[in-house]
Design a protein around this ligand. Structure first.
Ligand code: PLP
Length: 255
């Protein structure tokens, strides 16, 4: 029987299917791996903004993960939306148990503007998860908030210092004709990659990119190759985006 690389996705559920766990499942499947999924939070949202986040029951999360990890070998872990200050420490323990590389997408604010992370959650993320993170994927605003710095190179350096092994700061939320993504890694010069800016906003772009990196790691790519391939995948998915509702387009990950 053939076996398949598994990405454990710990993400929120978005009823539009644009972001969160559905973004993970579609992306990971499109890249030839399998998504095993545990829901960290439910959300009330449309394609414009998030209205409410409801944290998943901690006992249920523990039970789901205990049973899953006793059975399934995990090749990479992807963490998205977290809710509640105690989730980072719990998830850090899960990551350690898998021994698999962690891709952490620090979801602090929805594209529509809703705030999705308290100071306590950010502190817990920094303390418990950054030291275990193989690839951190903040957008520019998230990097500035997490690093308490303005200049993106300073943010990259601070996030490496906090324990992340690679930091990909995406530039979709910065002004300019091109989207410039910056990759920071220890003892390497910063690498800037520019992508043509696609018109209109997108809902679920960050989830798609982070899940694609995790799929690359699970299928045996190096972090740098996984990051390169994932950016190309995310760009293609955005170019194939569809307008689902009255807000931002969602990526076309399966087309
Ligand atoms: N909802 C969930 C469950 C998410 O994971 C995210 C982002 O990661 C969002 C909403 C916000 O997505 P966006 O900022 O692309 O609209």
């Amino acid at each position: 029987m053939a076996s398949e690389a598994v990405v454990l996705c710990l993400s929120g559920h978005d009823p539009t299917g644009g972001a969160g766990v559905q973004a993970d499942i579609e992306t990971v499947a499109a890249l030839g791996a399998h998504a095993a999924t545990v829901i960290t939070a439910h959300t009330v949202q449309d394609t414009r903004d998030v209205r409410r986040v409801v944290v998943a029951d901690a006992g249920l999360l523990k039970e789901q993960l205990d049973v899953l990890l006793a059975d399934v070998h995990v090749g990479a872990v992807k963490v998205g939306l977290l809710a509640g200050d105690s989730q980072p420490a719990f998830i850090a323990d899960v990551v350690r148990r898998t021994g698999a590389p962690l891709v952490l997408d620090p979801v602090l604010r929805a594209g529509g503007g809703a705030d999705l992370a308290s100071t306590g959650l950010m502190d817990a993320m920094r303390k418990a998860l950054f030291p275990l993170t193989e690839v951190l994927t903040p957008n520019a605003a998230e990097a500035r908030r997490l690093a308490s710095a303005e200049d993106l190179d300073d943010c990259g350096a601070a996030l490496l210092e906090a324990g992340c092994r690679h930091v990909l700061i995406t530039g979709g939320d910065e002004p300019g004709d091109a989207v410039v993504n910056r990759l920071y890694a220890k003892d390497r010069p910063v690498r800037r990659q520019a992508w043509p800016r696609l018109s209109g906003g997108f809902h679920g772009a960050g989830c798609t990119l982070a899940a694609a990196i995790a799929a690359g790691l699970a299928t045996g790519l190096s972090a740098i190759d996984a990051i390169d391939d994932a950016q190309a995948f995310a760009h293609r998915a955005l170019a194939a985006g569809v307008a689902l509702g009255r807000g931002r387009a969602i990526p076309g990950r399966t087309r």
